[in-house]
Every structure is written in structure tokens, then in C-alpha cells.
Design a protein around this ligand. Structure first.
Ligand code: HSE
Length: 313
């Protein structure tokens, strides 16, 4: 099979067979944890790729976004694979990629993070000693160059609940935390989309001390509530830093968040929106679902312990 390698570097050998990767949807922020809290959900995209001796890329897409997504090197998974191959010192002649998309696009459920992490994990798995050449930490750093905030990419890579940060030197890192196994996440997805870039531009340049203090307390409490004491989740998912500031971009979602919170349900905007997430114990899922009125696509999901996984060929 194809072999490449820069002068003086160990030769790269590609796997001959196809590689399959599953990568989860993610929610971010979870209320107070702007750009840092992430949660992997049991809603997964599946990517299959194989290196070929024919030059170029061949992309097939089915499911979410299949009417609109490009089929060439501008496809986000292909771009992530190209970045991964380059970091691995690998230059395949070509490859084929099949994407079975389940994660809705433009809804704040981490479809871009899934594409980026999925593409990088695919590239690593297609190189015989890829795991030795590219650690998860290196991979996260590459992903950060494609998505400016580390919250979704960390949860998509490591699974479960993650707290992500960037160092003064701009290096991304994350801590993975086990959550209470009885917790479920209800997602309510509207039909409209909100581009994350526009949502970020809607935020003010500065945060005052009272607002910062409010969110710092809730972010710390969120870790305790998701792991030890879910009865604190209503308070722990309160936010003053970004949701109200973006209300105009997802007004119907904020009406639902306000209505659920008014009933004592821990609801927040998922990432940059417009999807709404609500936390519940398994026994409370039906009553939360019945409190969601109107035109929403709803799922009751488990929190996914695993991030992106190579699941075979
Ligand atoms: N944390 C980011 C934001 C989006 O709220 O802009 C993550 O999906």
C-alpha cells in the first residue's frame, strides 16, 4: 500500500482496509460554563474512510446536511483528515470517505466539532502506527486550530463531561469527569439554525464583576451537581454571561428555556444555540418531554461515556 515520508523521518505505512469512526454530538456551555463545559451525547455520526492509490478524494454523505455539504476537499471532515495526515507526516495518494450524519447542523450540537475530531481520528487510524505518532493531546491541539473554542472538541474527543481550557501559550487541555449515571439530557431542536460565528459576534466585549462572579459560582457548582447532587442542577445551569445577550438570535429557544426553568427544570441553551437542553433523572424524562410544547424535534439522550471511537472497518 501507499508509503510516504519526509527525508529522515520514519516511513508512513497506511492501513489497507477501511476504518470506521463513531463520533458524538456534544453540548457546550451547559448554562454558565461558557467555552469550557462540554458534554458528549448518545447521538453519533459515523465516518468510514479508506486510503486509495487513486489520486484525489471521493466523498459520500447521507443524512443530516446531505443536500448542502460539499463533496470535495472543502468538506470539513476531509479538511480535518488532511490536517491529521500532515501532522502524521503522511501524504496518501487519495482516499474515499463515507459520512452517515445524524447530528443536526447549525443547532449548537457540535456537528462541526464532530466533523473535525472524527476526521482527525480517522486520519490517525488510517496510519499503521498513528497512535504512536499523534497523541490525544496533540490531536486536541490540531482540532483547536480549526475551531477556536475547546469545549465541544474536548467532549467529542474524550466523551462524558469535560472541562476544557487553553493555557497562556494557547494550548488546549481538558479534564474528563464521570457524571451521575441516572442523568439524562433532553434536547429540543428547532427548525431554524444559528451560525456560531454570528452568535459569538453578538456578545459584548466585556463582562462585569457581578456577572463573572455569578457564572463562576454556577460553573463550579455544575461539576458538583452533574457528579454528586443533581438536585442542584437548576441553580447550577443558570447563566448571565451569554444567553440573554444572544436572546434575539434564538428568541423561541429562550422562551422555552424560561418556561422550563419556571417549572423547576434545569434548562439551558446548547452551545451557541438554538437547541435547548434540559437535565432530568431517568424517571423524570417523560414529564420533561411533556413540558415541551410546540414544534421541536426532541430526543431524550444518555450522556455518552466515550468520545470518538474507532469501531472497526
Ligand atoms: N461555547 C461556544 C459559544 C459555542 O457559546 O459561542 C460552543 O458550541
Amino acid at each position: 500500500m501507499s508509503v510516504s515520508g519526509a527525508d529522515g523521518e520514519k516511513t508512513v505505512v497506511f492501513r489497507r482496509d477501511a476504518v470506521r469512526v463513531q463520533v458524538p454530538a456534544t453540548s457546550a456551555n451547559l448554562g454558565p460554563g461558557f467555552d469550557s463545559a462540554g458534554l458528549a451525547l448518545e447521538l453519533v455520526d459515523e465516518l468510514v474512510a479508506m486510503v486509495t492509490d487513486d489520486p484525489g478524494v471521493l466523498v459520500e454523505v447521507s443524512g443530516e446536511g446531505s443536500d448542502d455539504l460539499p463533496r470535495d476537499s472543502s468538506h470539513l471532515v476531509v479538511r480535518a483528515m488532511a490536517l491529521g495526515f500532515s501532522a502524521l507526516g503522511a501524504s496518501p495518494e487519495g482516499f474515499v470517505l463515507r459520512c452517515t450524519n445524524v447530528i443536526p447542523h447549525g443547532r449548537g450540537l457540535g456537528s462541526s466539532a464532530a466533523a473535525i475530531i472524527g476526521g482527525l481520528v480517522l486520519a490517525r487510524a488510517l496510519v499503521v502506527d498513528g497512535d504512536d505518532r499523534l497523541s490525544d493531546d496533540n490531536l486536541l491541539q490540531l482540532a483547536l486550530t480549526m475551531e477556536s473554542h475547546p469545549d465541544n472538541i474536548s467532549a467529542a474527543l474524550f466523551g462524558s463531561f469535560t472541562i476544557a481550557w487553553t493555557t497562556d501559550e494557547g494550548i488546549a487541555d481538558a479534564a474528563r469527569i464521570e457524571v451521575n449515571p441516572d442523568l439524562r439530557v433532553i434536547v429540543a431542536i428547532p427548525s431554524f439554525e444559528v451560525p456560531t460565528k454570528a452568535a459569538r459576534q453578538a456578545l459584548p466585549a466585556h463582562v462585569d464583576y457581578a456577572t463573572a462572579s455569578f457564572n463562576i459560582a454556577r460553573s463550579a457548582l455544575l461539576v458538583h451537581a452533574l457528579t454528586e447532587d443533581p438536585s442542584l442542577l437548576l441553580e447550577a445551569t443558570a447563566d448571565r454571561m451569554h444567553q440573554e445577550q444572544r436572546r434575539g438570535m434564538y428568541a423561541p429557544s429562550m422562551v422555552l428555556v424560561d418556561s422550563l426553568r419556571g417549572r423547576g427544570i434545569a434548562a439551558a441553551i446548547s452551545g451557541a444555540g438554538p437547541t435547548v437542553i434540559a437535565f432530568a433523572l431517568a424517571s423524570e424524562v417523560d414529564s420533561v418531554l411533556s413540558a415541551i410544547e410546540g414544534e421541536w424535534r426532541t430526543y431524550a439522550l444518555q450522556i455518552r461515556p466515550a468520545g470518538a471511537r474507532v469501531t472497526g472497518s
